[in-house]
Design a protein around this ligand. Structure first.
Ligand code: Q9C
Ligand code: ZN
Length: 546
């Protein structure tokens, strides 16, 4: 498998700038690029990356997505004076032309394609392109929202053709809806487009009906357009993680993309004047880490928005550091998503139920296994432990241990993606709300998952406890041994000091109930509810199992 992380940056793209006063456009400044790059240098990240040069995208490449009329208008602005530039800019919603804009936009397209080539040809495993102007609002025939050419959409179309790809995932974590990208791919089942965005019930720009959760795609593309509108500002790390756990990741694993492209706007981060959200730079390390588990690690991150220079550059660094394989920083703070976020998540899940197996079967778990609601599971508690299924231990979270095991017993009859659904929708949220200092995975010999499933579980959990993972593997005698990638950080703390850890990080009951709601849409099984409540309030109860 390819290794290395590409970084693409060209100072030329800082020449595109606003020449007159315009309070709408004046946040899209050249310093967005230069200060991000400076910060990368400051953390010695630039020297750890493979420097790939940008190039100008060709007309032919731009025409993969845009009309020749649009291309000609853009081209014609190169020789215009300020007055003419202002007039042409006025034809669009929130865009400005500079005489060098066309050149920069071609470089932005070319830089993106260079990254796609580097990743697809195996020169690197992943990478980031720092580009301006951004792309995701740009449409076939129009500039929009600081975007002239749709860099990411062109890259997806290019990758589809040049490398005969059948499934590309675009993750748009910019705080604005990439309506341009949606329009371009809404009938295309080979491109799964996910976007979360500040929406506020259509109050927030671009204020479109089609940015809502019920825009699921058209024709053959039905089910491949996923909008998660945020109806309140102030969304936090927990809300973004919940969106990944309960919407994007299960869908992405079912889709099984061959390439992942991120429309990477950091205006969804804390401090941004446009987004007004509260997610910290660390969250982008986690989002990146999750996406690295797809498509054999083929991940291209392309800059979109981000207008708070400090927040932007720190978040860019978090992303690149994670792409390079550094341990993911611990996320702190409340882990329960807010009610408004849960509402949006429920809505998009309901809208997509007809199109995704993982959502379709979900309601069945309760009925499938109601007869097996055996919460005692005595055999789990003792030495037979390792002979069961792969287990996940939250350190000092033994209280939830039985709980997780039980949930597996609920799920193991269901077919298909049940394991992934369990890990993503259930284990990860629990793990993130618990914030363990150590993760222990116990794997028994009669595992049904296979190496790839266990490796995925392992990799996903590496985002926790600063990558401190301990695996207990019971190997059948005579069986061929197999291995995990060695965790990147040494286990520093001794287990006895771990034991001294208190339980102050326990998730609130609200979150447990919330998990319950997402996971079991069917009428609640009273024993189950009781178990959750007990698990939440009596964490020490099960410690004697050890
Ligand atoms: N009243 C990107 O982040 N705001 N573009 C327009 C009009 C435009 C954002 C407000 C925001 C564009 C790439
Ligand atoms: Zn944006």
């Amino acid at each position: 498998m390819a290794s290395g992380t590409a970084l693409i940056y060209d100072e030329e793209m800082t020449t595109h700038k606003l020449l007159w006063s315009d309070p709408i456009c004046d946040i899209e400044v050249p310093e967005r690029l230069s200060s991000s790059y400076e910060q990368l240098k400051c953390y010695h990240l630039v020297e750890r990356c493979v420097q790939v040069p940008a190039r100008e995208g060709s007309e032919e490449e731009i025409l993969l997505v845009h009309s020749s009329e649009h291309l000609e208008v853009a081209k014609s602005t190169q020789t215009m004076n300020e007055e003419e530039l202002k007039r042409v800019s006025g034809n669009y919603d929130a865009f400005f032309f500079h005489p060098n804009t066309y050149c920069c936009a071609r470089l932005a397209v070319g830089a993106t394609l260079q990254l796609v080539d580097a990743v697809m040809l195996g020169k690197v495993c992943n990478g980031m392109a720092l580009v301006r102007p951004p792309g995701h609002h740009s449409q076939k025939n129009a500039a929009n929202g600081f975007c002239l050419f749709n860099n990411v959409a062109i890259a997806a179309e290019y990758a589809k053709r040049k490398y005969s790809l059948q499934r590309i995932l675009i993750v748009d974590w910019d705080v604005h809806h990439g309506q341009g990208t949606q329009y371009i791919f809404e009938e295309d089942p080979s491109v799964l487009y996910f976007s979360w965005h500040r929406y506020e019930h259509q109050e927030f720009w671009p204020s479109l009906k089609e940015s809502d959760y019920d825009a699921v795609g058209l024709g053959r593309g039905k089910g491949f357009n996923v909008n998660l509108p945020w109806n309140k500002v102030g969304m936090e790390n927990s809300d973004y993680l919940a969106a990944f756990f309960h919407v994007l990741l299960p869908m992405a694993f079912e889709f099984d993309p061959e390439l992942v492209i991120v429309s990477s706007g950091y205006d969804s981060g804390i401090g941004d004047p446009e987004g007004q959200m509260n997610a910290t730079p660390e969250v982008f390390a986690h989002l990146t880490h999750f996406l690295m588990q797809l498509a054999n690690g083929r991940l291209c991150v392309i800059l979109e928005g981000g207008y708070h220079l400090k927040s932007l550059s720190e978040s860019v660094c978090m992303t690149v550091k994670t792409l390079l394989g550094d341990p993911v920083p611990q996320i702190t703070g409340e882990m329960a998503p807010c009610l408004s976020a849960v509402e949006s998540i429920q809505n998009v899940r309901a809208a997509h139920k007809p199109y995704w197996k993982w959502l379709m079967y979900e309601g069945n778990y309760y009925s499938i296994s109601s007869s097996k609601c055996n919460w005692q599971m005595d055999s789990c508690r003792h030495s037979k432990l390792l002979r069961l299924i792969p287990c996940f231990v939250l350190y000092l979270g033994i209280w939830s241990f039985t709980f997780v095991l039980n949930s597996f017993s609920l799920l193991k009859d269901a077919e298909g993606n049940d394991f992934f659904a369990a890990v993503l929708g259930f284990i990860l949220p629990i793990a993130y709300s618990y914030q363990p200092d150590l993760t222990v995975i116990a794997v028994g010999p009669n595992r049904s998952l296979g190496i790839s499933g266990i490796s995925l579980l392992f990799a996903l959990l590496q985002g926790l406890a600063e990558s401190r993972i301990f695996a207990v593997i019971e190997v059948r005698s005579g069986a061929k041994p197999w291995y995990f990638k060695v965790p990147r950080t040494e286990l520093t703390s001794s287990s006895s000091s771990m034991l001294g850890m208190n339980c102050s990080k326990l998730p609130s009951r609200k979150y447990w109930l919330y998990l319950y709601c997402l996971w079991y849409p069917a009428p609640p099984c009273p024993t189950f509810v009781k178990q959750i409540a007990q698990a939440s309030f009596c964490p020490e109860q099960d410690t004697d199992a050890y």
